[in-house]
Design a protein around this ligand. Sequence first.
Ligand code: AHR
Length: 498
Amino acid sequence: ATLTAEATLKVDQPGPKIDKYVYGQFSEHLGAGIYEGVWVGEGSKIPNVRGIRTDVVNALKEIKVPLIRWPGGCFADEYHWRDGIGPRDQRPSRKNNWWGGSPESNHFGTHEFFDFAEQVGADAYVSINVGSGDPTEMREWIEYMTSPGEDTLAQERRKNGRDKPFKVPVIGIGNESWGCGGSMTPEYYSNEYRRFNEFFHKGADNPALRIAVGPPSGGDDDNWTEVVMKQIGSGRMDGLSLHYYTLPTGQWEKKGASINFSRQAWVDTFSRTLKLEDFIVKHGAIMDKYDPEKKVALYVDEWGTWYDVEPGTNPGHLYQLNTLRDGVLAAVNFNFFHKHADRVKMTAVAQTINVLQAMILTKDDKILLTPTYYAFKMYVPFQDSTSLPLELNPPTFTSGDKTLPAINASAAKGKDGKTYIGLANMNPDDEVKLTVNLGTLKATKVSGEVLTAPKMDARNEMGVPATVVPVSYKGGKISGNKLTLNLPAKSVVVVKLD
Ligand code: AHR
């Protein structure tokens, strides 16, 4: 069947900027995320530049990754930066207690991370150890990374091969401090934050945005946001983090499979991802109380799907496959982030390679680009664009006890001056015919790309040509100031209007 819908685009009422950081990535020392996924070592047969795989860097450059969050996650609160500098053969080997107890060689440390980010062309978001570290360790790491002077830490950095300071635009003060980052109460965390912040010395050498830990994942705890906003205060922080994972069942014990899932599992997954928007609105409203000028941004610095691990793999390595469902879900979330661009200034999908909702999966010298990767690619024109209001009346569809909007969408004026609309059709069965009233926009041509496939769990496989890839979109037409778009079932569409 074909569902119909109407929308109105208001190009004469431009909204806030959609920061490129909204397309950030999260890369933790977890499973094969860093080791294998990024770091293969200089002696590897896999083509690399200074130990960092070239195929992965090239793929990430294509989606214009603007920001990479590192080294965790839970890992960050057990990480001691001194383990990861100096001659690699002299670095200590540690146990990665959070993630399968796997050995951590520390071969990928501060210099290797910045080399990776710089090869990709991304900015760095460094997470500081608050849970098991102290303000001195933080201050010294920041000085090591950023000091331009002659002090001992800057000289040590130079001795280790880096003359100029690294650019560190974003620093997280703790991660999930209510859980793996220290099991703190919001009052205790707020005090800790204030203490660390006192030794942060934000200034010319260290201009980094300071990100405070936000509410527990799941988003239900309003009190955390209340206490942290009130006790830390908007003058001491630049961003508040929000983590939200989409589990098809909503249950951590049995989350649901990444492939071979039912139609109901598809619907359940989307119904859960829609809650992220509710949490952005809810926590945004609490922030408004303490920060009406919106000086503190909301950083959704962990989001994405979390399924049961691929059978036969280490449960601590969070390796899952990635299908069309993940690509459509990414677009749904992008549209939320655009809609709430007044508060949401940065996000980081979890995680870049081989972990959770990954862009890239690797196996030895092979790589696979996932449907999520292609959704990111299609949405590149939204980076640093200006959001435009798009009033949409979505048709709904029902499955079991759930009724969902079939589509969501967002619009923006790109840096190239063109108007872009991004759309996701969450309905697995029906196409949607959308008529958009273009208002005062004078456009005569619509072009774009569509990502879809016959099966809900269609995916790309290692070593064979990818099939779930964006193709040229032919479903749009403009007549007068009306744009019509035929959106195939279970698809992502991005169009450019000329
Ligand atoms: O992304 C995996 C883990 O999920 C992160 O380490 C942690 O911050 C979150 O609980």
